[in-house]
Design a binder for this molecule. Sequence first.
Ligand SMILES: Nc1ncnc2c1ncn2[C@@H]1O[C@H](COP(=O)(O)OP(=O)(O)OP(=O)(O)O)[C@@H](O)[C@H]1O
Ligand SMILES: [Mg+2]
Length: 341
Amino acid sequence: MVYEQLASAGSSAGGAVTGPDEAAITAAGLEKRYGKTAALRGASFQAKAGAVTALLGPNGAGKTTMIRILSTLLRSDAGTARVGGYDVAREPERVQAIIGLTGQSLSVDGKLSGPENLAMVGRLHRLPWPVVRARSARLIEAFGLGEAGKKAVKTYSGGMRRKLDLALSLIAEPPVLFLDEPTTGLDPSSRHALWDIIRGLVTQGTTVLLTTQQLAEADALASSIAFIDAGQVVATGTPAELKARAGQAQLDLIAATDADLARLTSALGGFTVARDGQRRAVRVALASNGTTGIGELSAITAAVAGTGARIERFWMHEPDLDDVYFQLTGHSRPAGPEDAA
Ligand SMILES: Nc1ncnc2c1ncn2[C@@H]1O[C@H](COP(=O)(O)OP(=O)(O)OP(=O)(O)O)[C@@H](O)[C@H]1O
Ligand SMILES: [Mg+2]
């Protein structure tokens, strides 16, 4: 299912770093090995204060390793990292005082209910009772941990545990939050509830570093993205900047037969065309958008109609973060909206 490039207008993956005005998190040249595995190989990026930055990349790229170093759970072999101005290696206690991290289930008492655990953790953070009560009530409501949540946590389902884990990392409302795949295993309503909570916290000035494999989630939440691949940050920018670098809109057409496919590809010779013979698919790239793009689209559809080729399906596709991912990781995206995440 790989497109064979027939003509190319050329588009390139960029690697420019957007310079944040105020960095709450700075990683510079971080290296980390686990035995023979180099998990981080000189990874550098910055996350702006009071904003969501998404750390994206393939499985095994080094995202969790990065978050563990930034949250002082792990020491890097080389490089430096600062969180809220504090060096993670030299001032870990100061860093710990200002961060929250998902994956705190270790602090959960299985015999207590969710609300009881929240109250316990709130008190451990020395929050006044009224604050604990108000925040617990909000989080319990947002995650639907009310009635069902009153059971002992050891009887919770996987998703309920995940939600409680998130609520526990959110109750203290720390200035810097590390969320490593926070929505994995959450149902859609809980996912949206978490997004709303994150947006609310960011409005109040919280800095969030998020990892996710749902790139649409990063697009919805993050104002800045760092792509990491094989232990190195390979691209940074706003979602819009990265998508613009991933190219222009494309029109995909599925021909009814091989003969129709041949007709289509020869009729579209004047455009930037790629073909996937296996799926009888033709992808035509639009060189521009706006009015010029519409003109181009009309020319393409006229050329297609002129061939008399039978078309089974067609659709337009605008670059999204999945395209950025495929471009940066050197893979080509499979054809079809059904393959989109
Ligand atoms: N404790 C460990 N011991 C040995 N190797 C490890 C350990 N933790 C991570 N690694 C390796 O380090 C590399 C980076 O792993 P990491 O967990 O940081 O990736 P990730 O980007 O978070 O991936 P995912 O998307 O799957 O969560 C991988 O090759 C992984 O196998
Ligand atoms: Mg991970």
